[in-house]
Design a protein around this ligand. Structure first.
Ligand SMILES: Nc1ncnc2c1ncn2[C@@H]1O[C@H](COP(=O)(O)OP(=O)(O)OP(=O)(O)O)[C@@H](O)[C@H]1O
Ligand SMILES: [Mg+2]
Length: 496
């Protein structure tokens, strides 16, 4: 496999070996001749020491790249797996291939025992995929199978090239794998699966096929641009985060009434950045050890979402002491928001890169002040009722109208004074492919909503007085705003 240029030739190997073997035999014969002078055990010691010193050292160095590092996955293993798909040679005997319905290309993986030869700057390298059964010694978890399969890659090369291989070939493999993944990347949505038995809560992934993009989002253009620029700046600033000693992560709080596009914005962000999404349903997590494990199992370049954060914490059942399968009492977690935040801060500051965390809520006013504190979440984004601009985006998405329609004037006048969510408008726009019918439906919906709004206003005015009711109405009408926390400074920008 290895070229003669890189490895000692067989004749020089033989000559070296013959001369060493000769030395050992000579030493052995001297020791035999002096056997009457040297005690038996000293003679054995001498021979074994000579054997050790003259044993021909293998010129080959093998790096072992295990799949897991114990807690987290081994990035080098994952990168090698991806990289080697591009290095399959005509000599490869067995390959594993797969393709899910939404994947564009085949995924190719090496089979057990297969070898691949690579060449890096004139150095020949041999890769081999090895599988072995290992005993599971997690005695705390009786549900785990007794034997687990262990996999690793062995990368062999001449030991003279240790420095360039470690210093530049391995980083090259990591970088190459990253760009291959980017090209064929199908985003994943990870959710929690609790059905694997005791202690087995883990991430389960499906392809993220949410079609929302920034283009299809009904959102004020100013706000949209602020968010897009913020994301673009974030992914470009690796060196900045390193220099100022901050973890490379960014937090967003999305708040607003149901149906205003908070979850759609999360999907748009994921599609824009090509980041996987981890949807952390806190209601399923009872133990802090699970939370820690799940955090550590999330990948880089990902978005961790905690939806409806105001409802997810302090659930009544969390306060009860739960029992495990054997009836033993488990330590209760009593997750609190500030506890969770400290946890995330602590863990995420020490591991992982390019992480985004997003909290969503319908009730910002119910949130723990710890979450709203400046510097905690980097950006607060208010998603609110639909504006005339938002309506135009929806009309284009659902009906393909990019110009003007005779009903637009009436609709837009109504939208300016009505609280209607993009979700409600979208539902109406989906009812017919005939633009006239769909838009007439929108007019009816808006008139009904306006009436309801007026009635609510009158009721409110009775309770709090007309001035206060007017003030609240103005406040509610403020469609979208964004608060950007940069260190101690907070910039609040209204986008309408
Ligand atoms: N801003 C928007 N732009 C485009 N479509 C939207 C927008 N808001 C809502 N929709 C439509 O309404 C549906 C529901 O919206 P979404 O789930 O994003 O709202 P949400 O704010 O997350 O609501 P909830 O608070 O109930 O979770 C979306 O699938 C989408 O079709
Ligand atoms: Mg949502």
């Amino acid at each position: 496999m290895f070229s003669g240029k890189e490895f000692p030739s067989s004749s020089s190997f033989f000559a070296a070996y013959a001369s060493m073997a000769g030395s050992i035999m000579m030493a052995q014969s001297i020791a035999n001749q002096l056997s009457h002078l040297i005690p038996h055990h000293v003679r054995n010691y001498l021979v074994s020491t000579l054997r050790y010193f003259f044993k021909p050292q293998s010129p080959i160095l093998t790096l072992v790249i295990e799949e897991s590092t114990g807690i987290a996955r081994n990035q080098v293993y994952d990168a090698s797996e991806t990289y080697l798909c591009t290095k399959v040679s005509p000599n490869t005997k067995r390959l594993k291939i797969s393709k899910t319905p939404t994947e564009k290309n085949l995924t190719i993986k090496l089979e057990k025992g297969e070898k691949i030869v690579d060449n890096y700057e004139g150095v020949e390298l041999q890769w081999r995929l090895v599988f072995a059964e290992a005993e599971n010694n997690d005695s705390h978890n009786p549900f785990k199978p007794r034997n687990v399969e262990k996999r690793w890659f062995e990368l062999s090369f001449h030991r003279d090239h240790k420095e360039p291989i470690l210093g530049s070939y391995i980083p090259y493999v990591l970088e190459k794998a990253k760009s291959i993944k980017e090209e064929v990347r199908v985003l994943k949505m990870h959710t929690l699966n609790n059905s694997t038995g005791y202690g087995g809560i883990k991430w389960e992934s499906i392809n993220l096929e949410h079609p929302a993009t920034f283009e299809t989002l009904a959102m004020e253009p100013d706000l949209k641009n602020i968010v897009i620029e913020d994301l673009n700046r974030f992914v470009k600033r690796k060196d900045f985060y390193k220099r100022v000693g901050r973890a490379w992560k960014r937090g967003y709080l999305l708040y607003g009434p149901p149906g205003t596009g908070k979850s759609s914005l999360v999907a748009a962000m994921a599609n824009h950045l090509k980041f996987d999404v981890y949807d952390l349903q806190l209601a399923n997590i009872m133990r802090d050890s699970d939370l820690r494990r799940l955090f550590l199992a999330t990948g880089n370049r990902s978005i961790l979402v905690i939806e409806d954060i105001d409802c997810s914490l302090d659930l009544p059942d969390r306060r009860q002491v739960s029992k495990d399968g054997d009836g033993r009492k488990q330590h209760d977690v009593q997750l609190t928001l500030s506890g969770l935040l400290n946890f995330i801060d602590g863990l995420w500051s020490s591991c992982g890169d390019e992480r985004i965390i997003i909290f969503t809520t319908n009730h910002k006013d119910r949130l723990d002040p710890a979450l709203l504190r400046p510097g905690r979440m980097d950006m607060h984004i208010h998603m609110s009722y639909c504006t005339t601009h938002g309506f135009r985006v929806l009309a284009s998405n659902y009906l393909g109208i990019n110009g003007y329609h005779t009903l637009f004037g009436e609709i837009e006048d109504l939208i300016k004074t009505t609280e209607v969510t993009p979700a409600q408008l979208a539902e109406e726009l989906m009812k017919s492919e005939d633009s006239n019918i769909a838009l007439e439906g929108v007019v009816k919906l808006l008139k009904r909503k306006k009436l309801e709004g007026d009635e609510l206003f009158d009721e409110g005015a009775k309770k709090v007085g007309i001035q206060e009711a007017k003030k609240q109405k103005v406040e509610n009408k403020r469609r979208v705003s964004v608060r950007i926390n940069s260190g101690r400074k907070t910039n609040k920008r209204r986008c309408s």
